[in-house]
Design a protein around this ligand. Structure first.
Ligand SMILES: NC(=O)c1ccc[n+]([C@@H]2O[C@H](COP(=O)([O-])OP(=O)(O)OC[C@H]3O[C@@H](n4cnc5c(N)ncnc54)[C@H](O)[C@@H]3O)[C@@H](O)[C@H]2O)c1
Length: 341
């Protein structure tokens, strides 16, 4: 099974996201007669070093961890590119999870004012979210994604086979972003995630691929409508205000887990808000235009500084699946789930 999703880019060919058993396509995705530089992390290098060496003349290995998604790491990449004489025709491919794809996209977009690049996304979170849509950023002073660019990759290969080596914790982290996509625009995707455990999804590659493709389509549609986040794209930040605050405050959660907690918090706030609205308004659906409830919830969370107010203590007790439960209870609490569509 192979699925191709194209996302429009201004004045360029569309960005192609290809999902399935697709790692073998890498050589043909890379432009011929160009110097190819691969950027990866040590865990991914240990698994895919050979494939990378087969199609790139240089492999730059950056450290793992959110604390290394920084300008300092980007500078080490720039320095190595200068050392090897990389020029504008050099093509960069980022192979790894969301940290590798964020850093690679940023470094490639800024080295010599921009060289072409593509990704092989190897974590679930990178496949369904981080590698898609062209937001490439790094953290500054521990604050998330403070410096970055909008610049979509030429291609993203999402090899579902790569997920078999992903640690279970990282797989679940990716599910959080998929739950987010389901809440934003795809009730059928949400239902798959609600009805299947992570283990069941991993064991059923067809179902997993279908769910990954559905999550990517949610993001692709939104990115096409609003590539540089003037409005619609902000929906993709659902749960992220709280998530980023958590990531700033503690290293106990990885990004996906923090998003899971953020979704749970916002679902809860939205539910409370919906109930309040229901009391005041005769026609609830009128009041709950798509997305508005969540945007409101986020503002609410921001205003009340929920994280500082002790949410961290509360969320330590919450798992990812509780988030799904809360989001489900949100949809049950509303008279119709139509506003998700
Ligand atoms: N740019 C965007 O639009 C966007 C969207 C969502 C998240 N993000 C960013 O993505 C980052 C999180 O990405 P992530 O969850 O992929 O983290 P990550 O890149 O740290 O990867 C998770 C871990 O899994 C390992 N790994 C990756 N692929 C593997 C494989 N196939 N087998 C075994 N191990 C593997 C990595 O080495 C790492 O240790 C965060 O920095 C977040 O801010 C960006």
């Amino acid at each position: 099974m192979k699925e191709i999703i194209e996302i429009k880019r201004e004045n360029r060919n569309p960005s192609k996201v290809i999902v399935g058993d697709v790692l073998g396509l890498l050589p043909e995705m890379l432009p011929p007669d160009r110097r190819i530089v691969a950027i990866t992390d040590p865990n991914v290098a240990a698994l895919y070093g050979e494939a990378m060496r087969a199609c790139s003349s240089e492999q730059i290995v950056i450290p793992t961890g959110e604390e290394h998604k920084t300008l300092e790491t980007v500078e080490t990449i720039y320095r190595r590119l200068v050392e090897i004489g990389a020029d504008r025709r050099t093509y960069i491919v980022g192979v790894g999870g969301g940290i590798v794809t964020d850093i690679t996209g940023f470094a490639a977009s800024t080295y010599l004012r921009g060289v072409e690049f593509g990704f092989v996304a190897t974590s679930l979170l990178a496949q369904v979210d981080a590698s898609v849509g062209g937001k490439n950023g790094v953290n500054v002073g521990g604050f998330k994604n403070m410096a970055g660019v909008f610049n979509q990759p030429d291609f993203v290969l999402c090899d579902t086979g790569a997920l078999s080596t992903l640690p279970p914790r990282e797989f679940r982290a990716g599910l959080a972003e998929m739950i987010k996509a389901g809440i934003i625009a795809d009730p059928a995707l949400f239902e798959i995630l609600e009805n299947h455990s992570p283990e069941e999804l991993l064991a059923d590659s067809e179902l997993l691929t279908r769910a990954i493709v559905a999550a990517i389509r949610v993001k692709a549609d939104i990115v096409e409508a609003d590539e540089t986040e003037k409005g619609e794209r902000r929906k993709l930040n659902l749960g992220h205000t709280v998530a980023h605050a958590i990531e700033k405050l503690t290293r106990d959660y990885n990004h996906g887990e923090a998003v899971g907690v953020g979704l749970a918090a916002i679902a809860d706030a939205a539910k409370a808000q919906a109930q309040a609205v229901a009391q005041k308004r005769a026609t609830l659906l009128d009041a709950l235009k798509p997305g508005a409830i969540f945007m409101g919830g986020m503002e609410d969370a921001r205003e009340k500084s929920v994280v500082e107010a002790g949410l961290v203590v509360e969320v330590r007790r919450c798992g990812l699946w509780r988030c799904a439960k809360w989001a489900t209870s949100l949809s049950v609490a509303l008279p119709s789930t139509k506003f998700f569509q």
